[in-house]
Design a protein around this ligand. Structure first.
Ligand SMILES: NC(=O)c1ccc[n+]([C@@H]2O[C@H](COP(=O)([O-])OP(=O)(O)OC[C@H]3O[C@@H](n4cnc5c(N)ncnc54)[C@H](O)[C@@H]3O)[C@@H](O)[C@H]2O)c1
Length: 338
């Protein structure tokens, strides 16, 4: 029997996320990890040694010249997601981009248009969509068992968790927890609601603790430090075309215990997706839990089998529009039209 085709993949950015992608590809039978790139040469070499990667680069444009390379993960600071993904797509590679897809909707649109022009997949690395609880909730909501879904609320409130490194430096991250954390929880909640069309948002952002040197966390790498010049907390209320509404709150630093929730409310029932999975419905709904999926091996499968990603780039445009509108509203003090 002939060997099944192996997809030749590379990873751009060998930091925290990059290493998790390398681990993922290493554990994916039909992926062959052939290249890694990081401006930190030592970091790239270390990763290459650990994962047995033959080609090491410090410039992703050089890496993208490798003809045999078919797909890349973009695991760079947010501000580089657009240029690196566009360069990869233009050179004919499929792209799995870390969240947030971009730093604004305009960049996201450019990425999606480039993927379409080149006939390549642009997928987002949205681990929350691949969780057993999210996949199970999605199935229940799609089946109509919750009736009409009209309200949802979600939060990821961290208290002393301003990441070290580039995350809090606006020119490298493009945004604070609104980009970093809402890219997960707003995304998964909107997806569970059935991806309604956003029409307006109201929001506030606060930079109260980080700018005073409070709230620094232990997470993050610690290189490339700069000023904390970004919000450490944000809240938004998003209205959708048919009146559905979504409330989101996220923080890196807040005088609060850490809190995380995602609740979806319908006319026939509701679901708490996290922190604990609970179906609120009478009579009680018997359901089998869907298994967790792996975002890395699913991306490889999408390419090899021609299937659509669970987190396609197009969805990133809508999420970025909502986040942009919250920032605009916070700045103007008025509701922002989307
Ligand atoms: N899905 C998740 O749960 C998750 C978790 C962590 C991070 N992320 C996302 O992954 C991305 C990276 O975050 P991280 O925590 O890995 O950051 P990191 O700082 O650990 O890693 C980034 C790496 O990019 C390298 N780099 C910077 N500029 C480069 C360039 N021009 N060319 C090549 N390499 C370059 C840095 O040297 C560093 O090694 C961010 O967008 C973040 O939001 C997602």
């Amino acid at each position: 029997m002939s060997n099944p085709k192996k997809l030749k993949v590379g990873v751009i950015g060998a930091g925290f996320a990059g290493r998790s992608h390398m681990e993922g590809y290493s554990n994916t039978e039909n992926a062959d990890l052939i290249a890694v790139c990081d401006v930190g040469e030592e970091r790239a070499k270390e990763a290459a040694k650990k994962y047995n990667i033959p080609n090491v680069f410090t410039d992703y444009n050089e890496m993208l010249k490798l003809d045999e390379l078919e797909a890349v993960s973009v695991c760079l600071p947010n501000i580089m997601h657009m240029p690196a993904s566009v360069a990869a797509l233009e050179s004919g590679k499929h792209v799995l981009c870390e969240k947030p897809l971009a730093t604004n909707a305009e960049e996201a649109q450019k990425m999606v248009a480039t993927a379409e022009k080149n006939g390549k997949i642009l997928a987002m690395s949205l681990n929350f969509r691949y969780m057993s609880t999210s996949l199970t909730a999605k199935k229940i909501i799609q089946s109509g068992k919750l009736g009409e879904v009209y309200y949802a609320k979600t939060a990821m409130l961290r208290n002393n968790a301003i990441p070290k490194g580039w995350f809090h430096v606006k020119e490298k991250s493009g945004g604070g927890p609104l980009l970093d954390l809402a890219a997960h929880v707003l995304d998964v909640t909107w997806w569970l609601m059935g991806k309604p069309k956003p029409v307006a948002a109201s929001g506030s952002t606060f930079a109260k603790l980080g700018v005073k040197g409070k709230g620094m966390g232990t997470w993050g790498v610690g290189y490339g430090d700069g000023p904390v010049d970004i919000e450490d907390m944000a809240v938004g209320l998003i209205r959708f075309e048919d009146g559905q509404t979504l409330f989101v709150e996220v923080s890196w630093a807040l005088q609060s215990p850490p809190t995380q929730y995602c609740n979806i409310y319908g006319t026939e029932g509701g679901i708490t997706v996290f922190p604990d999975f609970v179906i609120h419905k009478e009579p009680k709904l018997e359901t089998e839990m869907e298994p967790d999926q792996d975002r890395i091996s699913e991306f490889v499968k999408n390419i090899l089998e021609g299937t659509k990603p669970l987190g396609p780039g197009e969805d990133g445009i809508e999420v970025m529009k909502m986040l942009d509108a919250i920032y605009r509203s916070a700045e103007s003090g008025k509701e922002a039209v989307i």
